[in-house]
Design a protein around this ligand. Sequence first.
Ligand code: NDP
Length: 407
Amino acid sequence: MNPVPLKNADPAHSGVRTVSVLGATGSIGDSTLDLIRAEPERYRVEALTGNANVAGLAKLAKEFNARFVAVADPARLGELRAALAGTAVECGAGESAVIEAGARPADWVMAAISGAAGLKPALAAVDRGTTVALANKECLVCAGDFFITRAAAAGAQILPADSEHNALFQALASGNRHELTRVIITASGGPFRTWAAADIEQATLAQALKHPNWSMGQKITIDSASMMNKGLEVIEASYLFALTPDEIDVLVHPQSIVHGLVEFADRSVVAQLGAPDMRIPIAHCLGWPDRITGRAAKLDLAKIGQLTFEAPDFTRFPGLRLAYDALRTGNGATTVYNAANEVAVAAFMAQKIRFGAISRLVEDTLNSWVRAGNLAPLGSADDAIALDHQARNLAATLLPQIAAKAS
Ligand code: NDP
């Protein structure tokens, strides 16, 4: 009798893998390097980048014997050189150096710079036709399907590192495109899941930074509290897997154990589960197309006991509704959504606006952009970057009146 066939490892993927980590000093960078650290014989580090954390970057460069490191802040080149004196590590500073890090020859690149600043370095990696693990959702949201088209043209393999999209990527493998009826991404609901709208409006920075399940960078933690992060992920899923907004649902799941589900025509629903630990989707990307030994805790469902699910509340969390609106509008609206949100989050962190004003600024920026008749398709990365700048300027102009207005 023949056993049920399982895939065998491809020997073509068994050699030493050259890797670069863009955003090495951040939370995703840390999780990625934790996996690389565990199996040093499997990987050689080509390039690492940071923004301003020179000490952290230099420490990583020495530990992983990186060939090249770059900080985005051009004023810190001298500091970086001094920190790496006596080593053979090449270094650079400024945006062009971070882009060079993305372009360096590597078999696998983690794109984990936060915000739209990650777009050009990720594109530099994509243009080399390499494998790019994409954590930086803003670069997809900002550049739309242009990013995917460019990856396809260069023969680059994009691997979704975001936990929900990685879950979908794994689940999608069990059916064909025409058999898919919808995908579902889960959301923890964040720290304000059960809060009344009036309390969410007044939430403080410390309250917004207290995520119930995930330990992440500050920007994404605030986006999780406003559910803008889920909005960005709906847009990300649409571009990554060529799905319409109607094919993407969001399900609130406070335990963050089921990350993504795919429903097929036969009504089978295939889901991926795991502890809320980014090392799981990153390990899937790092090992792909095979699997490596993970570093996260094994899932103990008996101990967890209960998994619960609820529908998202688009009224208390308008940022999620706005993401669907922007996706349906198209023609650069998702770029405007992302840019306005980055301006709003920075203003909230600087205590210039209330928490509830984040979504109001995004909505006003989008409305004002559409009213001015500015919608147009994106033809290039430069178009996306120019639009990002224009939308930031518009959001900055609208900011004082939003800040002054009570809810
Ligand atoms: P962090 O804030 O922890 O790290 C961001 C990284 O980007 C740091 O290395 C930072 O350098 C660098 N950086 C910041 N600004 C710039 C800039 N202008 N130019 C170049 N580099 C810059 O973020 P996370 O690791 O949490 O998130 C990274 C990306 O991954 C985001 O897009 C996020 O949405 C996504 N993501 C994160 C998840 C998570 O669990 N953390 C989950 C899924 C997706 P420095 O340290 O010097 O400031």
